[in-house]
Design a protein around this ligand. Structure first.
Ligand code: TGC
Ligand code: FAD
Length: 392
């Protein structure tokens, strides 16, 4: 049975959006419906990133959407959030690609780059002519990136970079990598470096065998004596705070994206439960235990929508703290994963088939729960904010 997404709005959430915000949401929704939904299950099966969507997504202004100038769309944070919601309603891997290109590559260039670096990279990244990746995580340093071993040593007017990065989204398809490394001449201060991926000594190898985010490229990066000009240092970067500022942008998009994945699962399960009959020729939706699951999901989705909208409004007023973003990422991804599991249950055996999108969302969300700070790390970030005590 083909199930078509109908949107999810129990609490008149739409009334809280402006006309422009609804337009951005609806345009993205149509794009996903027409271009991603028809191919995503094949991409997922084949472990293929749908690269053919890069140009159309660029044309719609999705890359660096909330940045101003350099060809970027200059959307509000709420509008950008609605874009990521709709992208992830399609697939977390495609939202991931856009998050990395926008929040983890274009944002650091915009926030920490020189005018020359911005001119060189931002318009090309916005148009999707160049792709980027963000190298923070290392084989031995995930939740604790401050321990990183990647180093930069200055020799004359060049830096020489050595190190390993792991689990890097878009690593092998990127033209440029934002590499975070300890700068030896500054007492190991962490700095961001623009590394063109065709430089000698740079290698990207894809990580195979993922059961999650199969439509997204994930790679390990190796840098062995990679020489870059001194001008490739992001001049305004400095300290672990800089990559963490980038993570705030990406975590914010994920918090919206998770709502999209939850909406996809819930709406599919609801439609299925009205159609599927068991016992006395009654739809399974007529059973109390099914209704309990649907009631739980719609309540949590409605709460998650309000939470992320409030964080978006705060962000648009420059008032969102990183602890607010952690709360939204932690809650909404957990909520989406629970919705995916419950929806899978409602579909019975059909829940494990890729005729329906639920199992794919469920598997994807396991990664989303881990990356950009695990669920438990966000618990500790919120704990630190309310107690003032660091429990990492
Ligand atoms: P700590 O000493 O607490 O902090 C160092 C400095 O940074 C400040 N700070 C932040 N600033 C901005 N935004 C944040 N979110 C910040 N969190 C902390 C802090 O105030 C301090 O400033 P200052 O001025 O005193 O120097 O650092 P710590 O080493 O104790 O670590 C803190 C911790 C654990 C929260 C942090 O390391 C962390 O968030 N760990 C999780 C790592 C993570 O999220 N990695 C993500 C990698 S990228 C990725 O997963 C991409 S997935 C693809 C996709 O997005 O789709
Ligand atoms: P670990 O840090 O080893 O954590 C393992 C477990 O220990 C977790 O449950 C964690 O919550 C727990 N734990 C750790 N410390 C504590 C503590 N102090 N207290 C209590 N519990 C703790 N990284 C990038 O830099 N760029 C990318 O583009 C990128 N893309 C990714 C794409 C995918 C598909 C995945 C899966 C990961 C990606 N990552 C990327 C890496 C991701 O950010 C890390 O996996 C994540 O930060 C967790 O690190 P880890 O896997 O090393 O787990």
């Amino acid at each position: 049975m083909a199930i078509k997404f109908r949107g999810v709005d129990f609490l008149e959430f739409d009334a809280l959006l402006s006309d422009d915000e609804r337009l951005v949401r609806d345009t993205t929704r149509r794009f996903i419906e027409d271009n991603l939904i028809p191919i995503i299950e094949d991409c997922n099966r084949a472990g293929r990133f749908p690269r053919e969507l890069v140009k159309p997504m660029a044309d719609l202004g999705f890359f660096g959407a909330s940045l101003k100038g350099y060809g970027c769309a200059g959307m509000s944070n709420v509008e950008y959030g609605l874009v990521t919601q709709e992208l992830e309603r399609g697939d977390s891997g495609v939202r991931s690609f856009v998050s990395v290109q926008s929040a983890l590559v274009m944002y650091p260039i915009s926030a920490f780059g020189s005018e020359e670096q911005k001119q060189q990279w931002l318009p090309a990244l916005q148009k999707g002519e160049k792709l980027g990746c963000f190298g923070l995580t290392e084989p031995d340093f995930g939740s604790n990136p401050g321990g990183m071993r990647t180093r930069a040593r200055r020799v004359g007017n060049e830096y020489i970079l050595n190190g390993e990065k792991m689990w890097i989204t878009s690593g092998s398809i990127a033209d440029v990598a934002i590499i975070w490394a300890k700068n030896e001449e500054e007492d190991d201060n962490i700095r961001g470096f623009l590394v063109e991926t065709n430089r000698p000594g740079f290698r990207a190898e894809d990580i195979h065998g993922k059961w999650s985010l199969r439509a997204s490229v994930t790679s390990s990066l190796s840098l062995q004596d990679v020489r870059i000009p001194q001008s490739n240092l992001l001049p305004a970067s400095g300290g672990l705070k800089s990559p963490l500022m980038c993570l705030n942008q990406a975590r914010y998009g994920i918090a919206w994206g998770a709502v999209g994945a939850a909406m996809a699962c819930y709406d599919c399960a609801l439609q299925y439960s009205l159609f599927r009959k068991q016992f006395r020729d009654q739809p399974i939706a007529s059973h109390q235990l099914i209704q309990e699951k649907l009631a739980w999901m719609i309540t949590e989705i409605a709460k998650a929508q309000l939470l992320v909208l409030q964080v978006g409004r705060l962000k648009d007023q420059d008032k969102a703290g990183h602890q607010h973003i952690s709360m939204a990422k932690r809650n909404n991804v957990w909520m989406a994963l629970e919705c995916a599991r419950m929806s899978r249950d409602i579909l019975g055996a059909n829940g494990v088939a890729d005729e329906y999108p639920i199992f794919r969302h469920m598997a994807n969300l396991e990664s989303v729960k881990t990356y950009e700070g695990t669920h438990d790390i966000h618990t500790l970030i919120i704990g630190q904010a309310v107690t003032g005590i660091d429990a990492f």
